[in-house]
Ligand binder design. Structure first.
Ligand SMILES: NC(=O)c1ccc[n+]([C@@H]2O[C@H](COP(=O)([O-])OP(=O)(O)OC[C@H]3O[C@@H](n4cnc5c(N)ncnc54)[C@H](OP(=O)(O)O)[C@@H]3O)[C@@H](O)[C@H]2O)c1
Length: 238
């Protein structure tokens, strides 16, 4: 059995990817989120608030005796407060970093502590183009995704020193028609100069459907040739 742990399985990209994985009876998916929307015999929901670091620290990965491969997908993420620095809410700064960067770091650490065996393992961090070029109003989101990219690069160098059969990628999924984009379009123009561009993406039909993006992420998971480049994008498939 190929086991998957996917954060943010309840909606958007994470839900579409979970549903795609469940179409193969050789896959079993543990979905990690605050709410559950998926009911399937090869699926188990694990309720966890990734902003609650004490709960994340206590999260335990299951013992998987019949595993042939284990994949962790850090997909959950929030855009956070869309405001310029100076106007940000302190609590939202902290919760955005916790969900987007601190929780994935804790989960990766726990994942490799638990599965310190020779089974084939992959970590897919869902990053963003926003972690690779700055967008005003998105400082914490951009910084957290840049942090996820660097975390992935460092881990890759560590794996090269002491582990085989394991890989990590940090994958930018493109712009997807999910509730995150709804939230972005509701931002205040004075705190986000690019808002018109994001409204146009929606109006022009430029946003990708989550099911289409899930197919692209799926291609990255199952094609090992795509794992050699740690910092990657679904655009690399073109
Ligand atoms: N949409 C885009 O255009 C776009 C572009 C680039 C990158 N991305 C990245 O793609 C990933 C998925 O985004 P999306 O657009 O699919 O977002 P989405 O539709 O808003 O879904 C976010 C998911 O994250 C979970 N989540 C949020 N806060 C959580 C918390 N405190 N604890 C546990 N789970 C939490 C949500 O589950 P619950 O609410 O049930 O907890 C939900 O399943 C994110 O990492 C995002 O940064 C998205």
């Amino acid at each position: 059995m190929h086991y998957f742990f996917i954060t943010g399985s309840s909606k958007g990209l994470g839900k579409a990817l979970t549903e795609l994985l469940l179409s193969d009876k050789n896959n079993f998916v543990y979905g990690i989120s605050r709410t559950n929307t998926i009911y399937h015999q090869q699926f188990q929901h694990l309720k966890l608030d990734l902003a609650d670091l004490d709960a994340v620290k206590q999260f335990q990965f299951s013992e998987l005796k019949d595993a042939t491969a284990i994949t962790l997908i850090n997909n959950a993420g929030i855009v956070g407060d869309i405001k310029h620095l100076g106007n940000l809410d302190a609590k939202k700064i902290i919760s955005t970093y916790n969900i987007n960067l601190v929780a994935p770091t804790l989960l990766i650490n726990q994942f490799f502590n638990t599965y310190n065996n020779k089974i084939q393992k992959l970590v897919v961090n869902i990053s963003s183009g926003a972690g690779r070029s700055p967008i005003d109003g998105w400082s914490v989101y951009c910084a957290s995704k840049a942090g996820l990219d660097m975390l992935s690069l460092v881990f890759k160098t560590e794996l090269e020193h002491n582990n085989i059969n394991t890989n990590i990628i940090s994958l930018a999924p493109g712009i997807i028609d999910t509730s995150m984009q709804d939230e972005i379009r509701k931002a205040d123009k004075t705190n986000f100069s690019n808002i018109e561009r994001f409204i146009e993406y929606k109006n022009n039909g430029d946003l990708s459907n989550p099911k289409e993006t899930a197919k692209q992420v799926y291609a990255f998971i199952f094609n090992q040739k795509l794992h050699h480049k740690t910092i990657c994008s679904v655009r690399d498939l073109a």
